[in-house]
Design a protein. Sequence first.
Length: 173
Amino acid sequence: MLLKALTLFFTVLLISFTPAQAADNVERPRLMKKPIPAPSFTLKDMDGKTHKLEDYEGQVAVVNFWATWCPPCREEMPSMERAWTQLQKENIAMLAINVGEDADTIFTFTADYPVSFPLLLDQDSSVIKEWPVKGLPTTFVLDKQGRIVYRVIGGREWDAPELIDMLIELQNR
């Protein structure tokens, strides 16, 4: 009896969490009930330009923490670039904060994964310590007031219509 119950449980569990379903991310994203202020940062991008979080107040911002050695980070980066091509015309910011690596490592990475949105350098990992990051990648969506309203741990297809719609709706509020 117990064996049948366990078999049924694991069969349902396996069916419920198939990789294809996880990769599709078809579920409508749910915003946090109580937004929290995003910790401030000042970081340089690959070109040496300084970016402050405060520079993005008044617009929705996607802030992604990642590393080149992280397989889910590498998998989601092309979808972030595709999303960026749709979102930049909506005045939505996309920032990817690399954790602990140098510009040469990231430059080499972008040969295989080209991106046109800012890649910021947190080489000493001081910024990631201030944010509620649980693993890489972790991505936050900030509202126009600079508050965290959505957090995702793990990779996503950022160009999925559900995520694009959520970001545009936030920007239009």
